[in-house]
Design a protein around this ligand. Structure first.
Ligand SMILES: O=C(O)CCC(=O)C(=O)O
Ligand SMILES: [Fe+2]
Length: 255
C-alpha cells in the first residue's frame, strides 16, 4: 500500500484546465503560488518555432551519439532516456539546451520557490523519447505516482503531445497531502523504499496536452505519470530537475 491515503478531499484537488493552464507567461509570483497550491502550471507554446527547431536538432544529435557522450542512458519499455549532467554538457555543441535550462525565468522561479541559494538549477536534464508502449505498464513513469526524491521539474514537450503519444497525466492539488505523507515516510524509511504508486482509477488524473514548445513546471509531490503511447506515435521531451539543497543532501546520504 502507498504511504499516502488514496482518497483525496474534493476541495483539495481540481481537474479544471483553467486552474493550471496559462495563455501567456505570468508573474513569478503566479507561477510559484500555482505550483505550491496545485503542483503544476502549464504554458502552451512557451518557446517559438525557430528555437524549438534548434532544440530538436540538438535532441537528435544527443540521441544518435548517446553511446559516445558518456552520460547514463536508460533504455527499457520503448523509453530512451539520456541523463545529462548540466555541468558536464558541452555547452558549445548543445548551446540551445544549455541556455534553455539556464534561463533567468527558471532561476527566478526556483529562487522564490526554494529560497535564495537553496537550490541547484537543473543540475540534471533528462532527454527522453517514448515510442509505442508494448504492454500494460504498472510502474512509474507510467503508473500514477509521486517521486520518492522531491524535485521541481521544468518539462518541455518537443512534439505536439496528447494522450495518444504519452502526455503526462496529473492530479493538481494532490501535492499538498502527498508532501506531508512523503516527508513523514522519509523519517521512517529509506528514500528508495517509500511507497509512491497511487491506485487508479480510484485516483483520477488529467492529461497535460499541448503543442510542441509547451513548458510545464511541476513539483513531483503531485501525482503524475506518462500516458501509454499508441502504435505509430512518439513523444520527445526534455526536463530539467531542480532540487533543494536539503533534498540533494538526503540523496547524497543514500549512497
Ligand atoms: O514522462 C512522464 O510523463 C512522467 C515522468 C515522471 O514521472 C517524472 O518526470 O517524474
Ligand atoms: Fe515521476
Amino acid at each position: 500500500m502507498p504511504d499516502v491515503n488514496p482518497v483525496y478531499d474534493k476541495s483539495d484537488i481540481s481537474l479544471e484546465r483553467e486552474v493550471v493552464y496559462r495563455d501567456s507567461i505570468t508573474s513569478i509570483q503566479d507561477v510559484v503560488e500555482t505550483v505550491r497550491r496545485w503542483g503544476i502550471v502549464v504554458f502552451p507554446s512557451y518557446i517559438k518555432k525557430d528555437r524549438l527547431a534548434k532544440l530538436n536538432i540538438e535532441f537528435d544529435n544527443l540521441l544518435v551519439n548517446r553511446a559516445k557522450l558518456g552520460f547514463t542512458t536508460d533504455e527499457y519499455e520503448n523509453i530512451t532516456n539520456i541523463r545529462l549532467k548540466q555541468d558536464e554538457l558541452d555547452s558549445t555543441t548543445f548551446s540551445y539546451i544549455a541556455s534553455f535550462f539556464n534561463e533567468s525565468f527558471m532561476s527566478d522561479v526556483s529562487q522564490v520557490y526554494y529560497g535564495a541559494d537553496n537550490y541547484r538549477l537543473n543540475g540534471e536534464i533528462f532527454v527522453s523519447e517514448l515510442t509505442e508502449t508494448q504492454s500494460k505498464q504498472t510502474k512509474p513513469p507510467f503508473a500514477l505516482h509521486f517521486d520518492k526524491r522531491n524535485v521541481l521539474k521544468f518539462f518541455l514537450y518537443l512534439t505536439d503531445t496528447d494522450e495518444r503519444n504519452g502526455a503526462m497525466r496529473a492530479l493538481p492539488g494532490s501535492n499538498v497531502r502527498n508532501r506531508a505523507a512523503r516527508e513523514d515516510a522519509m523519517h521512517r524509511t529509506a528514500l528508495k523504499d517509500i511507497e509512491n504508486v497511487l491506485p487508479e482509477p480510484l485516483v483520477p488524473s488529467m492529461p497535460i496536452c499541448g503543442p510542441a514548445g509547451t513548458l510545464f513546471i511541476f513539483d513531483t509531490d503531485m501525482c503524475h505519470g506518462a500516458s501509454f503511447v499508441k502504435p505509430g506515435f512518439t513523444r520527445r521531451s526534455m526536463r530539467g530537475h531542480t532540487h533543494s539543497h536539503e533534498m540533494l543532501q538526503a540523496m547524497d546520504a543514500e549512497i
